[in-house]
Design a protein around this ligand. Sequence first.
Ligand code: ATP
Ligand code: MG
Ligand code: MG
Length: 353
Amino acid sequence: GATIGILGGGQLGRMLSVAASRLGFRCHFYEPAAEPPAADVAHRVTTASYGDREALAAFAASVDVVTYEFENIPTAALDAIEALVPIRPNRRTLAVSQDRLTEKAFASELGLMTAPFAAVDDAVDLAEAMAEIGLPAILKTRRLGYDGKGQARIDQPEDAPAALAAMGGAPAIMEGFVSFTREISVIAARGLTGEVACYDPGLNVHRDGILRTTTVPAPLTTAQRTDAVLLAGRLLNALDYVGVMGVELFVTPRGLLVNEIAPRVHNSGHWTQNGCVIDQFEQHVRAIAGWPLGDGTRHSDIEMENLIGDDVDKVPALARDPAVAIHLYGKAEARPGRKMGHVNRRLGPASLQ
Ligand code: ATP
Ligand code: MG
Ligand code: MG
């Protein structure tokens, strides 16, 4: 059978590998850290840094297509791979989504709304951005942030120096604070021949910058639901995207704003494992392997809850509820803020929304 190469061996890679093996594929992971969550279910794991060109070339030579479960791969690492096998989603998408500035500029060039934003490299830029955008605002590192890390709120001008210091000298972006009514996301897929399929938008609730729950259906009007999937389709088509993408949106009275895009399977799409016949992981594998996309219709209403840190201690109690599907990532140590697993609670048959 064919072999899929996956850059990154975290829980997303682990769940991709399970779906891929159901379809008869083998997965070869490339991951700098030892004993990553995906190792348990992998056919093969290469442990090497993203700067190791020899290891990257050997990895690429051993697979038929390369995908990633982690978007912060140095794009130079893709050179050695691209010479040998296709990378899906493509490299341009990776470059655009790695940097919050290029990501927001891309969305706004497409005519989509975002929070007002400005690049901030120093105190002068920050003063100008505050004058232009106003407060409250959020300063974020342009690269490498996740789970709300690398972000600082600026509520009043006096907060500015500390916020800038929190960036640690890294290039940053200031975003106007959006007083959204809700946060939702669309998990969208695009196949090799350009067909697009979207899952129903989910309602996302964050705590301490980390996703806690996703619930489907999200409480949206028909117009908002349509806007959300059309907007996602525009992003995928413009990028000539192949695979699954997570599109995070803010719902506001003025319409939907794009917060960020993730060029991979997404935590807010985990509900699809128990809410749809074809989940986001199988859909991604189908897309990158050039298969037709599957049916992502929601058959059940689901609440996905992340098990973060000590939450994992609740598993024995959760297991007593027959409507709860448990997904654990095989991580030995439950550190605070660490995603250990998630549960999908079936609320009932798919309700019309
Ligand atoms: P993820 O783990 O989703 O990749 P991240 O670290 O990349 O997160 P963001 O998605 O940019 O961070 O921000 C995390 C959360 O902070 C958002 O889901 C939202 O709740 C809040 N937030 C971010 N930007 C803004 C904004 N401009 N206005 C209001 N709230 C915001
Ligand atoms: Mg992010
Ligand atoms: Mg986010």
